[in-house]
Design a binder for this molecule. Structure first.
Ligand SMILES: O=C(O)c1ccccc1N[C@@H]1O[C@H](COP(=O)(O)O)[C@@H](O)[C@H]1O
Length: 213
């Protein structure tokens, strides 16, 4: 089965067009001011306008309030909302009902115990996303180029599709897919030349690697 590939944290048209041209299934826009990938609403609206219908546009939020979600959705054509903070299951369900968008919940993993909540989120969310627990001194809860022990996900199923994230690069994504059987993969830092600056050549290399599995 084809592995879904998401390129997250896009901030400029060249990178967005590269992600689309080289075959991303999902593209991500970050609405979290402390992130070097944070994007202004009007810029996001312009980038989302470049995305063809067959590609899913995902907005990434960290513990967003309703005002932020409504402000973004009033201007930006998003298909899905990725929640990367400490959002409880009820909040995910509430946002799904309020917005009519798909909701993806990021679960931060260090070891197998961190997967315990996944089944509860899978009951209300459309996809799960497994990312590494951020280091103690991190300034953001994701996008830290940190990988975790992928073996905890080996052969796991959760009732909804899931994405493996955290420190994935053009060099390691093939082994990550082979080891975990992940139905989808997501990268941000691994296809950048500097924090927040996507590199079209790395985007191509990542997507080529995913397709070669
Ligand atoms: O990218 C960010 O700055 C970010 C900020 C806050 C929460 C999540 C963030 N990124 C997401 O984290 C994973 C893994 O990223 P990486 O490949 O390790 O850089 C991915 O879903 C990013 O979109």
């Amino acid at each position: 089965m084809k592995t879904e590939a998401k390129i997250c944290g896009l901030t400029d048209p060249a990178a967005m067009n590269a992600a689309i041209r080289y075959g991303a299934d999902l593209v991500g826009l970050v609405f979290f001011p402390p992130s070097p990938r944070n994007i202004a609403v009007e810029d996001a609206a312009m980038l989302a306008g470049l995305v063809p219908d067959h590609v899913v546009t995902v907005g990434l939020f960290v513990d967003p309030d309703d005002e932020l979600i409504d402000r973004v959705l009033s201007r930006v054509k998003l298909d899905a909302i990725q929640l990367h903070g400490e959002e409880p299951v009820d909040r995910c369900a509430d946002l799904k009902n309020r917005t009519g968008r798909q909701v993806y919940k990021a679960i931060k993993v260090r070891d197998a115990d961190d997967l315990v909540s996944a089944d509860r989120y899978a009951k209300v969310c459309d996809r799960l996303l497994f990312d590494a627990k951020p280091p103690k001194d991190a300034t953001r809860p994701g996008g830290n180029a940190e990988a975790f022990d992928w073996t905890v996900l080996e052969g796991r199923k959760f009732g909804v599709p899931w994405l493996l994230a955290g420190g994935l690069t053009p060099d390691n994504v093939k082994s990550a897919i082979r080891m975990t059987g992940a139905p989808g993969v997501d990268t941000s830092s691994g296809v950048e030349s500097a924090p927040g600056k996507k590199d079209p050549a790395k985007i191509k290399a990542f997507l080529d690697a995913v397709r070669s599995v």
